[in-house]
Design a protein around this ligand. Structure first.
Ligand code: TRP
Length: 347
């Protein structure tokens, strides 16, 4: 005889929920080595440990009125580049911001809790006002509000971002607290996150500042650069006639070359050249040749994988579609809760 056992409730195994991570990727311009070591490598590392939502910030980019054709091509390229760098669309939700309508909905709600005075004070806004006085639109002003919606739509607690974004995350915490105080506890406070306390700044090849799109193109290595371009850029890096005293202090531009070498060459290669520097036998020409070859070895596979994926539009569309589905599954739950707390759920 079959006994049917009625259990008053099902006993579920304990759920080990992973912490939630959100980050937005800007869809402007080509990615360079600074982006790789500053951001993407972090993303790739995080995908195994956390529940990650990474999106292309296409709505944010509308603040500068991009040409629609360019915008679309940029979004596809960003997806291809990020996957080529090791982001696994099976492990993370990789999506376009504009494919998740719950984000602008939450943004609208949050706009009612954000004040003109605080938004006008934001340094990144003031920079934009200076840079593009002819286009100071409301989207620029409320950029931190949209960013908050991006993050808290998934109730993220960790946001991998650079130093320049930390103030935006602080504002996100303010908006979160304002919402929670007014309507009831819904959102956790998000914090900036990075693996190393000291963020890696990839120096540019001309010895001034870091690699960046806006500063010096020729001193910046792009993940799309062809081999001979990489070689040319590296060989042009600033050096001098070499040290004349044993164990002398390294000039900053030489330290930078060693830093770059540390990122792409093997430790024994780095040690060999360090020793040569200390013994005044270093030949910078040789060092740069070595660095150039190791850089080529590093960048070429990423570049080729990007090209291959970029050429496969169907694959990219599939990634974006599946990413959007994952993101909306999470976002729709949050937005329903927010609507309920606010009192705008009518049936
Ligand atoms: N503002 C970020 C940048 O300029 C991009 C971004 C948009 C973002 N929304 C975000 C980053 C949400 C983290 C979380 O790089």
């Amino acid at each position: 005889m079959l006994l049917s056992v009625r259990r008053p409730f099902r006993i579920l195994p304990p759920v080990m929920s992973k912490e939630i991570v959100v980050s937005g990727i800007r869809s402007t311009g080509f990615l360079h080595l600074g982006n790789y070591f500053g951001a993407m490598r972090n993303y790739v590392k995080m995908q195994d440990e956390y529940n990650c939502y990474f999106f292309v910030a296409d709505y944010h980019s509308l603040t500068t009125h991009p040409d629609p054709k360019d915008l679309r091509a940029n979004v596809y390229r960003v997806v291809a580049e990020n996957v080529a760098c090791g982001l696994d669309p099976e492990k993370v939700a990789l999506y376009a911001q504009s494919d998740v309508p719950e984000i602008p909905e939450l943004y609208l709600m949050l706009n009612m809790l954000a004040y003109m005075g605080e938004l006008e004070k934001v340094p990144t806004f003031k920079d934009k006002v200076r840079q593009q006085p002819q286009n100071v639109n409301a989207g620029l002003l409320t950029y931190p509000v949209l960013m908050t919606a991006d993050i808290i739509i998934h109730k993220a607690v960790k946001v991998p971002v650079g130093k320049d974004q930390e103030q935006h995350i602080e504002m996100a915490r303010n908006f979160v607290n304002r919402f929670n105080n007014r309507y009831g506890e819904l959102f956790p406070e998000p914090y900036p996150f990075n693996y190393s306390s000291e963020l890696i700044k990839v120096p540019s090849l001309d010895g001034t500042g870091k690699m960046s799109k806006s500063e010096n193109e020729n001193a910046t290595l792009y993940l799309a650069d062809e081999d001979d371009i990489i070689r040319k850029k590296v060989m042009k890096a600033k050096t001098d006639s070499g040290p004349t005293e044993h164990n002398s202090e390294m000039p900053e531009y030489i330290q930078n070359l060693f830093l770059l070498m540390g990122l792409v060459s093997t430790p024994d290669v780095v040690d060999t050249y360090k020793k040569a520097f200390n013994e005044c036998t270093i030949r910078y020409g040789d060092m740069k040749k070595q660095l150039a070859e190791d850089m080529v070895q590093f960048i070429a596979p990423i570049r080729e994988k990007t090209k291959e994926l970029h050429a496969n539009e169907d694959a990219i569309k599939k990634i974006l579609k599946e990413g959007a589905e994952k993101a909306r599954a999470s976002a729709s739950v949050t937005i329903a809760e927010a609507r309920k707390l606010i009192g705008i759920n009518y049936y």
